[in-house]
Structure formats: C-alpha cells, structure tokens
Design a binder for this molecule. Structure first.
Ligand code: ADP
Length: 688
C-alpha cells in the first residue's frame, strides 16, 4: 500500500478520499487554488499545497504543476476524484511517465472510451447490446438520413466527442433531419472541436441504469450491481438509488456481465461505470463508460457495505480485488440526493454566496471533521449497523460534504453543497429517512434545492418508482406548486423570534426604560410587524399580554406564548397547539423552518427605514422615543458609510444609528443612558 497520496481535486470528493486514506494510514496531500485556501479539503488532509489562482484552468487542471507537487511531497500516487483531470488521458500518461501511480484506469482505456462512436464499435465486438443506430465513419448527410429512416423516428443525433448532455438533437421526422444534423454538427465543432456525429434510436421514457465495475491488474473484474439515476434535470442526475426498483435477478446478471465484458474489452483497471439506457420493458443498451469514480458511488457503498475508495487504492497498489463476484451481495436500499446551491424555481440556476447557517440532519457526517475520522463514520461505511445519532437502528444517514458553515459557494466550481445519502432495509424505509433528513437540512445564505428535493422524493411518481428521465418535467406542476400563503404558525414563529430577541437584548431588569414586556399603564400596547413573501403580505398586529402576545393576522386572531427558545430553535404555543421551528434572521429576512419546510419572510423594519429617511439631511434623529445604550463614535471622527455611530433602544428594539455616507462626526449630542424624544437630533454629521 502507498504511504502517501496526492488528491488532485477539491470539495466533497477530496474530503471523502482523504477520509479513507486516513483510515488506511495513508497520508494525504491536498492541492488548492487561491479561492480554496480555507476550504475544508485543505483542513482534512495531512498536507496542503497551493497550486494557483481560482479558475480551474489555472489550478486544478494544471496537470504538470500537480505532478510537480506530488513528486516534491513524496507521494507515490495521485487520486483524481471525478471531473477535472479524472478522465484526461494525457494526465494519466504524464503521471506514469513521472513514476507516479494514477489511481484510475490505464490511459489506453480512457482513450478507448473517450469517443462515443469508437466506444460503441468496441462494445459491438464485445457483444454488449447497443441502441439501434449508426456509429460509423460515413458522415455524408444523405447517407445519415437514410440510416435514420431505417432506424425509425424519433432518432437522437449525438456528437461523438460530446459529453455533459451537450451536442444532442432529437429528430422527430425525416423532413427535419438535415436541419437538425447541421445544427448538431455546428454545436459539436464549437464545443468539442470535432463534428463527427452518430445516430441512434431515441427511446421514449427511458431509464438510466448504470453498473459499477471493478477490475484489478491480475485480470479479475467484478460488478458491484446497479444504480438507477433516471431522475435528471437537463440530462444531469439529481437523485440516485441502488438497487434499481423492479430489477430482476436475471436482468441484473445480464447487465452486470455485459458491463464486465465492456470493461474487459478495453483492458480496464480500477473503478468504472458502464451506463445503460433501459426501456420500460427492461431491455437495455450500452450508452457510455465513465472511467472514474462516480459522484453517486456512495449508494453502492451503502448496499454492499464496502468502501470503494479503499478498493481503488488497493487495486492501484497492485493488490487483487478484495472480493470475488459470488461473495458480493446487496443489502437493503440506498438513496442519494445532490444538494445544490441553485434555484429550482429559476430554471436551476446556480446560486452563489456564503453558507451563513448550515444545519445538517442528525446522522453520521462521513467526512466533515477537521481531522478525518476522529468523529467520522464507522471505519467501514457499513449500512448494517445503523449508527446514526438519531438512533434509528433501521436507517443510516451519511453526508459527504466539502463545505462547512461560513464557507462560500463560489462561481468558480460546481455548486454542489453536499450529497445526502440514506440507507434503509427497503426502498420505503430509505424514502422515509430521506424525507426526514431533508426536513432537517437547513441552509441560509443562498438558494438551495432542498425543498425541491423533498417534494421530489415525496412525489407520487418517485415514491411509486415510476421512473424515467422525464420524471421532473412530467411532474412539473407537483414539483413547482403555485405559492400558497404561509400559515399563522409560520408568521407566529417569525414574530416570536423577533419579539424574544428584543427581550433578550433588554438591559437591566429593574430599569423601567429597558422593560421589554410591552406593559403599558393604559391598556395593551399594539404593534404591527410587517412580514411578506414574494406573493403575499402578512401584517401581524401584536398585542403584549401578561404572558405572551396576541397575534392578529387578517381575520385570524390567536394567542401566542413562548414555551422555550434555544438559540434559533423555538417552541411556541399558538392557541394552545404546540408549534416547533427554527428561525434564522438574515438582515431583513426571516428564514422559518417548520414542518419540514423552509419559508422566507421579508420583514420591513420601520425603525431601520425611518433612520434611513432621517439621515438624508445629514441630521441623524431618533426615530422613536428611547434611550441611548451605546455611543460608538466621537466628535471629529471620520467614518465610512455604514459605520455604527450609536445604539439606542426604542420600542423594545435595539436600533443602530449608522453613518449615512462617508463623512465626519461634528458633534455627539447625547451620552449613554440619556433619554431622547422622538425626532430629537442625536448628532451632527457632515457628509464628506
Ligand atoms: P453525455 O455524455 O453528454 O452525458 P450520454 O450519452 O451519457 O451523454 O446521454 C446523456 C443522457 O441523455 C442520458 O442519461 C439519457 O437521459 C439521454 N439519452 C442518451 N441517449 C438516449 C437515447 N438513445 N434515447 C433517449 N435518451 C437518451
């Protein structure tokens, strides 16, 4: 076994590889770009070396630089993860030339699978079933059209050098063929520098089923069963599971053996995935082979109880496969959901920003510790033990993540936040765990697909395993429901969070001016809290009562009391019914997590806005009667726009008076403890 490996990747896969290396006593070397200096993968590896600026082209794709770092650090092997250099034939060769082990297949196997047409030709000779079609060299338009006519419409045109769902055209009828061909070739040349295309039968309602294979240098090759990755958006996987629902033993064996034949045909070594497209009747065809570890490999680990990265390291070190085909078995069912920083409502556009609040479900965090495995998963990610902190003996939750709270999702790399993996004795149990885990996942600071995933997992189509690659589009109305007004409970939670925060920020208990109970000699104090979301307004009129508050929202009135509050977690009673939730305030947004849902309420703070308006004339005045609790600036001081100048407490809220622009404090007119009347000028400020 190696004593040290370099991980030529970042994010969750780098952390995941480091965790296994650590467990096996293998030292790991991280490489990182300028944008990743404080990234988690840098923290979890034994050593870390900077390799260049943020853009991948200048860092993670710099093969020569990475090889140089590996040699200098004394690593014997390089794990490429997925993406970046993992399927780069030149890099695999360069590693070998430098005397380093590339933890992946031989360069020749990467080459053989690099062209869709060549791979299909090779598979044909190996007896692997192919989608009916033409993948030869003749690129004459009339000839290709004749082939399409023969196959029968609809057909799919694919750029031979294509990938990532690009360079594909569906053609519905012969008359449309020539135009589609021209457009496909244009895209192929501009995206891949090669206009060669292939034609194949376009399957309607197909499933994407792939087989995990593993080969060693001794010539042994096994399959670790299938994964169903049919749930896709824009030809990209969203949910993956193993085993595939409805798979029979015979078909599993047939697909497994076809995949092994495909691997053997190219002299494969290491972990690989043979992707098949399957008809609803179960017939299947070779699509392509991915010559690396897949993003979705954890579901295979869950059902087999094996660590695939360990297998990769063993095979790369020249050891035989740890198990024979007949020793491999499937246990239970696993699901993986890809948690992305994206906005499903806006066409799944990536969202960038800082993970201000990140709460992950109870369970095992597989590779999230500063030192791998100090607090991590069982030594083997065995699903058999059910070690989740949630105590659910029948289930297992694993999170593979490359980020921590406070980290940033930047525009430079893939916006994946984490992979959420669950295991159950059967599919129904795994689904229940997934739904629960998604309910507990809380992300504030950027848009994520958590709510969308929850709807998807709970949708009738997915829960009944009515799978095909068009599932998301077909179920659009269920997955993207029209915005409904939030409930009284949600508004009450936001209000309770706001009101109790004000109470907690109150000063000395005996000081009547610091009293935040809202007690008034003559009757109840009423106060309006203006909440809203994108489609509705929720003006909540709050009345202070001896214990708790009254809440009036439109026609609805309720009595609310606080049962307990721990940080952002609240338990309240609304008209006697217990409501639990977590409320995270981010500026003027209240993120309310309750009942497994995430609601965002905008709060328009009258004090903040009053302050802004008042500040316009360079006169900073008290928005309400209150008391000065802190003076932060002094006469003659120059300050930048937004600098806090003083804090006053007004109407049970702390309110910061900030510099309206760059400028100078000419005079502070009050001191700490002073009472001020509404409209009183607090200080004189000169705009620079
Ligand atoms: P890429 O290399 O760009 O990912 P693939 O050949 O793997 O391209 O195909 C990507 C996706 O396109 C598949 O997962 C499937 O959803 C769809 N697809 C590919 N071939 C066909 C086909 N013949 N009929 C229907 N859908 C197809």
């Amino acid at each position: 076994m190696f004593t040290k490996i370099l991980i030529a990747n970042r994010g969750e896969i780098a952390c995941r590889v480091a965790a296994t290396a650590h467990r096996l006593g293998v030292k790991s070397v991280a490489v990182y770009s300028e944008a990743d200096a404080n990234a988690k993968h840098v923290a979890v590896c034994d050593e870390a070396v900077p390799i260049g600026p943020a853009p991948a082209k200048e860092s993670y794709l710099k093969g020569d630089k990475i090889i140089e770092v590996a040699l200098a650090s004394g690593a014997q092997a390089i794990h490429p993860g997925y993406g970046f250099l993992s399927e780069n034939e030149g890099f695999a060769k360069a590693c070998a030339d430098a005397g380093l082990v590339f933890i992946g297949p031989p360069a020749s196997a990467i080459h053989a699978m690099g062209s869709k047409s060549a791979a299909k030709a090779l598979m044909e000779t190996a007896g692997v079933p192919l989608v009916p079609g033409y993948h030869g060299d003749n690129q004459d338009a009339d000839f290709l059209q004749q082939q399409a006519d023969k196959i029968g419409y609809p057909v799919l045109l694919k750029a031979s050098a294509g990938g990532g769902g690009k360079g594909m055209r569906i053609v519905e009828k012969s008359e449309d063929f020539k135009a589609a061909l021209a457009s496909c070739k244009r895209e192929a040349i501009s995206s891949f520098g090669d206009d060669k295309v292939l034609v194949e039968k376009y399957l309607t309602r197909p499933r994407h089923i792939e087989i995990q294979v593993f080969a060693d240098t001794q010539g042994d090759c096994v399959y670790l069963f299938e994964r169903d990755c049919s749930v896709q958006r824009r030809h990209q996987k969203v949910l993956e599971e193993a085993p595939a629902p409805g798979m029979t033993e015979e078909r599993r064996r047939a697909m497994g053996e076809a995949a092994v034949a495909a691997a053997k045909a190219v002299g494969y070594v290491g972990a690989g995935t043979v992707e098949f497209i399957a008809n609803q009747d179960g017939s299947f065809y070779f699509m392509e082979m991915n010559t690396r570890l897949q993003v979705e490999h954890p579901v295979t680990e869950m059902i087999t109880g094996l660590d695939l990265v360990e297998w990769q390291l063993r095979v790369a070190a020249g050891q035989p496969l740890p198990m024979k085909q007949q020793e491999l078995t499937i246990h239970g069912h696993a699901l993986e959901a890809r948690i992305y920083a994206e906005n499903p409502e806006k066409g799944f556009l990536p969202s960038i920003g800082t993970l201000r609040h990140l709460h992950v479900p109870a369970g095992v965090e597989f590779c999230s510790t500063n030192l791998p495995l100090t607090r991590a998963a069982p030594s083997r990610p065995s699903p058999l033990k059910g070690e989740g902190e949630n105590g659910a003996a029948s289930g297992y939750v694993r999170i593979d993540s490359g980020v921590r709270e406070g980290d940033t999702i930047s525009p430079f790399y893939d916006p994946m936040i984490a992979k959420l993996i669950v295991w159950g004795n059967d599919r129904a149990e795994a689904l229940a765990h997934m739904s629960q885990a998604l309910s507990e996942y809380r992300i504030v600071g950027l848009s994520s697909n958590v709510t969308f995933l929850k709807r998807l997992v709970e949708s009738p189509a997915f829960s009944q395993a009515d799978l095909d690659t068009g599932l998301i589009e077909r179920n659009h109305d269920i997955l993207f429901p029209a915005a409904m007004p939030v409930t009284m409970d949600v508004v009450s939670l936001a209000a309770a969070s706001l009101l109790t925060s004000e109470q907690n920020s109150g000063a000395a208990a005996n000081d009547p001016w610091a009293d935040t109970t809202g007690w008034r000699m003559n009757g109840t104090l009423l106060r309006k809290l203006d909440f809203s979301d994108e489609s509705h307004a929720y003006p909540a009129v709050i009345g202070y009562r001896e214990t708790g508050w009254s809440v009036q929202l439109g026609e609805r009135a309720a009595v609310m009391t606080l049962i307990e509050r721990h940080g952002a977690q609240l338990v309240i009673k609304v008209d006697g019914a217990t409501v639990r939730g977590t409320v995270v305030r981010e500026g003027e947004a209240f993120h309310v997590f309750t009942g497994g849902m995430h609601h965002v309420l905008a709060y328009s703070d009258p004090l903040a806005h009053a302050g802004e308006a008042e500040a316009e004339g360079g006169r900073l005045t008290a928005p309400m009667p209150g008391k000065i609790v802190a003076v932060l600036a002094e006469k003659g001081k120059t300050v930048e726009k937004g600098a806090p100048l003083l804090i006053m407490e007004a109407m049970k809220m702390e309110h910061t008076i900030a510099a309206p622009a760059d400028g100078m404090v000419e005079e502070m007119l009050y001191a700490v403890g002073d009472q001020v009347a509404e409209g009183a000028q607090l200080l004189a400020f000169k705009v620079a």
